[in-house]
Ligand binder design. Sequence first.
Ligand code: FAD
Length: 410
Amino acid sequence: MQQLLFELGLARTELGRTVYDERHLCHSPQERLFYEGEWVEGLLPPTDDLPLRQAQYRRFAMRVNQARRELGFAMPSRRARWTAAHAALDGQTMAQWLQAQQLDEAGLLWYLDYCCRDDYGAGLAEVSAWAGIQYFASRHGFHAPGDAEGERDAVLTWPEGNAWLTQRMAQGLSEQLFTGRSVLRVRESRHQVELLAWNETTQAPERWSASQLVLATPLFVAQRLLEAVPPALQAATQQISYAPWLVSNLSLKSALLDRPGVGPAWDSVTYGSPALGYVDARHQTLDPTPRPSLITHYWALPRQQRAALLSDDWTTWAQAVIAELAHTHADLPQQLQRIDLARWGHAMSIPTPGVRGSAALAALREQPQGRLHFAHSDVAGYSVFEEAYTQGAAVAARLAREVQSPRRKS
Ligand SMILES: Cc1cc2nc3c(=O)[nH]c(=O)nc-3n(C[C@H](O)[C@H](O)[C@H](O)COP(=O)(O)OP(=O)(O)OC[C@H]3O[C@@H](n4cnc5c(N)ncnc54)[C@H](O)[C@@H]3O)c2cc1C
């Protein structure tokens, strides 16, 4: 990942330290939380006059530090060893673990639930304690307000999201890259892999063949594409469940009326809300030309709502998003010019108990299944760019080794 960031010009070394291109670092203010009638800085519920909350923040920070020190966590997760202690965390939900630690303060629980919904698409009652701790221990740790934090992790962000990265990764591959095809079927035969694809431009089927195939589609898609499903894939897809997401882009006539407290930030979240708040898509712009505002609202929905997300009329969901945002911006209905909804039925694999430690997923991560190599972030058990990229790079390295010294094929 670091190497990619350097190659893309996002990072450079200055006096022995890694420095990021400021245009792509998230501009200040980064995050704000709507809490008890006003916006406060950061996403952690404040501790004013709440000694119990401060004490539990400290205790949780200690637990995370202890886990980092004694067990080891890393991003990408494959860099950390997997021990019986990790497996024990993976065997329970984060809610169960917190209860066992007697960590039960409402503000702490809300914040941790929000973090899990934001990164994993599901809350404390669903994700494993391994995932809940990985969130902090593999990155910046957890810091109670007022405690020494050290240097904060850099946040890189783009209005177009990960598309900024994928477009640049695709540059220079024009001759080799064939997009706009939906793969319909994959068949592995003795000497090759055959693919049936639908060319979306010519509206005609195409046949492709290869000696090895990297499947970087979500695993539930891979399972449907393969004529013969390898047992590890069969087992893994039975273990994985996916979170549906609703992502809405709202074009506004002008900036929204704000409530008291901290001014507009990149990410604005409401305490107690079932949704994840909104990002100001123009926060990073350096162009001073006045333009209408554009915000992106994120909502990881409970799995039980997947069917309704598909079947309900779009206006029902638009109304739900508008009502959510109107809690903090009463003028939103009048300011709204256009709303675009993207319904993702299976947006992210949820790291429920047992998923990270799954032997089937480990097999898909680490070994080819015949001529098939699996490279989707699903094989990590959860969904972030770092995991997706690392798996892709690992599979590419495996294939490069294969080309240099091919295995004997009987
Ligand atoms: C709303 C949301 C916000 C997110 N925000 C972040 C974030 O801020 N930071 C972060 O690190 N991660 C974020 N993620 C997670 C991130 O998107 C994933 O980790 C990443 O996209 C995984 O990359 P991937 O290449 O493994 O898979 P994907 O991005 O899922 O790519 C799979 C590809 O396979 C293609 N495909 C599927 N079926 C077929 C077929 N039959 N034929 C041909 N092609 C097919 C799909 O079109 C897709 O392009 C977010 C996810 C969601 C849903």
